[in-house]
Design a protein around this ligand. Structure first.
Ligand code: COA
Length: 327
């Protein structure tokens, strides 16, 4: 009998500290009006002091395990999508597995920018359907405010911090992982990157002086790519799933810009109540944005027992991806 993979628990965690658009007006030459009309963002969350990705992940994972009814020893593997791990190594996944006493399970980080959570779900589907694992945790986390260029008004107003997690099992009931699509185009990678800190430009006084440990973004170029990538990802995932647009109940997409979400919703011919939006509260939380939105949608009953949900994202790489979930 063929095996399926189901989301049986969701959880998220965001830092308490709120940074409003009025706060941003004190940092760069901007306005609440500009940020709201161009992005849909009203406020975002920011970690303080030495709080790092693993701290947010630990709480998000505990929430997901609680919903799933799992003990830490039930988890057979944990994978964490992030571009802001606690350290280049060891992995944030291994740190969290240890902190939550999951035992000596496989634990690793991977990177696909803001698309990471969808890449993670596709990995989970492969691991579970092939029988490599029965129960695993997929996490998306980023603390982008730690690598934000606070002098660049074109990017610093966008980002916030957060973590989201799902428990994926070979046994339902839950949200079955269905059709998917994923891709990348490294020739466009230069439009969204952190130039310093890797093997090409290792950390040095020069990289710090040139602000190369922060995010460089060509916003207009990314915007153009994003609209097309989100549309393509949804359509290809739906086609692979054998589901038509009219059968979609809810879109839970990456929360990067309200105008990008609206364009995706229009392409899917969805009504406003069929689109889950929380960008106004959190800004762009990168790899965490979809699992945070998914958890909120699930706990607020926007997802019901028979919902068909479309996930779609794009991000650094450039990468993109989509997945269909059937509750
Ligand atoms: N406040 C006020 N003005 C700002 C501003 C800010 N925070 N940021 C940029 N501007 C100005 C620009 O300087 C420019 O002024 P000019 O015309 O005098 O040169 C003007 O606003 C328009 O800038 P532009 O970059 O064309 O705006 P936009 O409509 O493309 O919106 C983004 C900018 C960044 C909001 C938009 O491009 C975007 O969301 N891109 C995608 C980014 C993204 O999703 N990145 C993450 C990928 S996961």
């Amino acid at each position: 009998m063929s095996r399926n993979a189901y989301i049986v628990g969701t959880g998220h965690h965001v830092p308490e500290h709120v940074v409003t658009n009025a706060d941003m007006e004190k940092i760069v030459d901007t306005s609440d009006e500009w940020i709201t009309t161009r992005t849909g963002i009203k406020e975002r969350r920011k970690v303080e002091g030495s709080t790092a990705s693993s701290d947010l992940v630990s709480v998000a994972v505990q929430n997901a395990m609680e919903m799933a009814g799992w003990k830490p020893s039930d988890v057979q593997g944990i994978i964490v999508g992030t571009v802001t791990p606690d350290y280049p190594f060891p992995s944030t996944a291994a740190l969290v597995a240890d902190r939550l006493k999951m035992g000596n399970i496989p634990a690793y980080d991977f990177e696909a920018g803001c698309t990471a959570f969808i890449y993670g779900l596709i990995q989970a589907k492969a691991f579970i359907e092939s029988g490599i694992m029965d129960r695993m945790i997929v996490v998306g986390v980023d603390c982008l405010t730690k690598i934000t260029n606070w002098d660049d008004r074109g990017s610093c107003i966008l980002f916030g911090d957060g973590a989201g997690a799902v428990a994926v099992s070979s046994e339902g009931p839950g949200g079955r992982l269905g059709g998917w699509h994923w891709g990348s185009d490294g020739s466009l990678g230069e439009h969204l990157m952190q130039i310093g800190g890797g093997s090409k430009n290792p950390a040095s006084h020069g990289t710090v002086d040139r602000n190369e440990h922060t995010i460089f973004m060509n916003g207009a170029r990314i915007f153009k790519h994003a609209v097309r990538a989100m549309h393509d990802s949804c359509m290809k995932a739906l086609e692979q799933d054998g589901t038509e647009k009219k059968d979609v109940d809810l879109l839970v997409s990456h929360q990067a810009n309200l105008r990008i979400i609206d364009a995706t919703a229009r392409a899917l011919e969805l009504e406003p109540e069929q689109v889950y939006i929380n960008i106004q509260k959190y800004g762009n939380t990168s790899a965490a944005s979809i699992p945070i939105a998914l958890d909120e949608a699930y706990r607020s009953d926007a997802i019901r027992e028979t919902s068909t949900v479309v996930l779609a994202a794009f991000g650094a790489g450039l990468t993109w991806g989509g997945m269909i979930l059937h509750w």
